[in-house]
Design a protein around this ligand. Structure first.
Ligand code: PRP
Ligand code: ADE
Length: 184
């Protein structure tokens, strides 16, 4: 019984159930999936990080690129646990020095991501991490930044994915892995 409660399916179900669905945020018609309740429950937070660490610990990855803002919550823990560096991808005007920039559209607007030019070495194998993938616009911009610097995107990983990203759905030829599905 205890084993069942702590099994993979029940841990995934608990992570999914903790996501708070907020209708019409930040715009009418959007069902916002808020992952922050997971962070308030250390067991769930730890389980979520561990799913990704288990998935990537034996894959050749030397950098985890996390997307501002919520990719910064999970990305560094995953990077440290698999022995990789952490690369922040930030919204405009946050970095000092030279940056690569990519404008993009997402489910509820437009934005731009930047990366410091020295962050990725040519040929480096990079995992991109974000909390959620909806249209994939944000992940596409992140992939372009890594590729502009000569890096190779191994996979994009998200805690939550719209149903089309269930499993390992390709986006621009690269696999996207989502741990749980968006809640509607
Ligand atoms: O798949 P997409 O349609 O591109 O949307 C996904 C993106 O939207 C959210 O971030 P948001 O832009 O709201 O930024 P924030 O984390 O700074 O609030 C989410 O954290 C992803 O980064
Ligand atoms: N439905 C959604 N919930 C949370 N973050 C998002 N980013 C884009 N769409 C989103």
């Amino acid at each position: 019984m205890i084993e069942e409660e702590n099994g993979e399916d029940s841990r995934l179900a608990a992570i999914s159930a903790a996501i708070r669905v907020v209708p019409h945020f930040p715009k009418p018609g959007i069902m916002f999936n808020d992952i922050t309740p997971i962070l308030l429950r250390p067991k769930l937070f730890k389980d979520a990080v561990e799913f990704f660490v288990d998935r990537y610990r034996d894959v050749e990855i030397s950098a985890v690129a996390g997307i501002e803002a919520r990719g910064f919550i999970f990305g560094p823990s995953i990077a440290l646990a698999i022995g990789a560096k952490f690369i922040p991808l930030q919204k405009p005007k946050k970095f000092t020095g030279e940056v690569f920039s990519e404008a993009y559209e997402l489910e509820y607007g437009n934005d731009c991501l930047e990366m410091q030019i020295e962050a990725v070495q040519p040929g480096e194998r990079v995992l991109i991490f974000d909390d959620l993938v909806a249209t994939g616009g944000t992940l596409c911009a992140a992939m372009k930044l890594i590729e502009q610097a000569g890096g190779e995107v191994v996979e994009c990983a998200c805690l939550v994915g719209s149903p089309k990203f269930k499993g390992r759905y390709p986006l621009n030829g690269k696999p996207v892995y989502a741990l749980v599905e968006c809640r509607r």
